[in-house]
Write a protein that binds this ligand. Structure first.
Ligand SMILES: C[S@@+](CC[C@H](N)C(=O)[O-])C[C@H]1O[C@@H](n2cnc3c(N)ncnc32)[C@H](O)[C@@H]1O
Length: 316
């Protein structure tokens, strides 16, 4: 176990060094190539020639490996950040428009990004509904992957996010739409919005990255900012689906010795999300299983409850 831990530590030190100084593998390979060539040319002692040949081959292997690995490892290591350091984490992940698109849904290409929006857009429209008169809020809107598709179908679309870099990319993508509004959240709550101001509040592909208590806090806040009869939609990877379980089990099998990244998706169950929605005061709380997601929809009662009264029952 100790040996494994030491090996892991050494590997991490080498990897972070190479990430910082990307030119090192090629330079080391060049140095060993010259050493090998010179020792062969001078007909040095056989062990020296063999050793320099092995060193050259190993350096070439590390060089090739690092070129491949660095292609996908475009983000710096975030392991030092805590899960709740949402702003630092997501601003780093979204440090350029193309990285922002990739961090939002794994696709940096604009065409693929738009294609990837189809499924969540269908989920929101089928399960929560979008009306032309709706004032809509997305919590954790990212680069407005969903907003770009939904804004033309509603009266006003507001995207709220904790990352300014994500919002900058969203603003570029939404140019030309005049019913959109982007809001930077300075903390994991909806304090930026007045009570009773939206007809639909939804969050997709975001709860996976939150601490449990922040999931509940957003549902509680969504209750406050929704109008009476306003609709809620939230989704999260479903631990009880085969696909959701497979992702989780794969993480257990492969990521055990590693630090957990602060954005590591964390699956949930229908029970967790419905408990939050009911405790927050929502009615008609329904779960929908669309693998790998569990989706909860709910309605704020038409007869308004005061936020104070609701928060008391929530904490009870
Ligand atoms: C995986 S992206 C999904 C973005 C968008 N919902 C989509 O499906 O394209 C997660 C988004 O949630 C945002 N986010 C993460 N933690 C947050 C928090 N505590 N409050 C608000 N937004 C948050 C990130 O900045 C990022 O834009």
């Amino acid at each position: 176990m100790e040996t494994r831990k030491t090996g892991y530590m050494i590997r991490r030190i080498i990897v972070s060094f190479i990430r910082k100084y990307r030119w090192t593998p090629s330079c080391v390979a060049a140095v060993f190539m010259v050493t090998f060539a010179v020792s062969s040319y001078r007909r040095d002692a056989r062990p020296i020639v063999v050793l320099s040949g092995i060193a050259f081959a190993a350096a070439c292997y590390v060089w090739g490996y690092s070129v491949r690995a660095l292609k996908s490892a475009t983000w710096p290591s975030l392991d030092h950040l805590h899960r709740r350091q949402y702003t630092e984490t997501w601003d780093t992940l979204a440090s350029s428009p193309s990285q922002a698109r990739a961090a939002a849904c794994g696709k940096s290409d604009e065409g693929q990004l738009r294609f990837s929006a189809q499924r969540p857009v269908t989920n929101v429209t089928e399960l929560a509904g979008i009306k032309a008169t709706d004032n809509v809020l997305e919590i954790g809107c990212g680069v407005a992957r969903i907003g770009l598709e939904l804004a033309p179908r509603c009266q006003q679309w507001t995207g709220a996010d904790i990352s300014k870099n994500m919002l900058a990319c969203a603003a570029d993508r939404l140019v030309g739409l005049n019913n959109v509004h982007l809001v930077h959240l300075t903390a994991a709550n909806l304090d930026a919005f007045s009570a009773n101001s939206f007809d639909l509040a939804y969050s997709t592909n975001m709860f996976d990255h939150l601490d449990q208590m922040d999931r509940y806090k957003y549902i509680l806040d969504a209750f406050r900012v929704l109008r009476p009869a306003g609709r809620l939609y939230v989704d999260n990877t479903d631990l009880e689906s085969d696909a959701g379980w497979a992702g989780f089990a794969n993480g257990v099998a492969t990521a055990q010795p590693y630090e957990r990244s602060p954005f590591q998706p964390s699956p949930t169950t229908a029970a967790e999300l419905t408990a939050y929605a009911k405790r927050a005061g929502f009615v008609e709380v329904r779960t929908h299983h669309r693998s790998p997601l569990v989706i909860v929809t709910a309605i704020k009662p038409s007869v308004d409850q005061s936020f104070d009264g609701n928060s008391k029952s929530a904490g009870a």
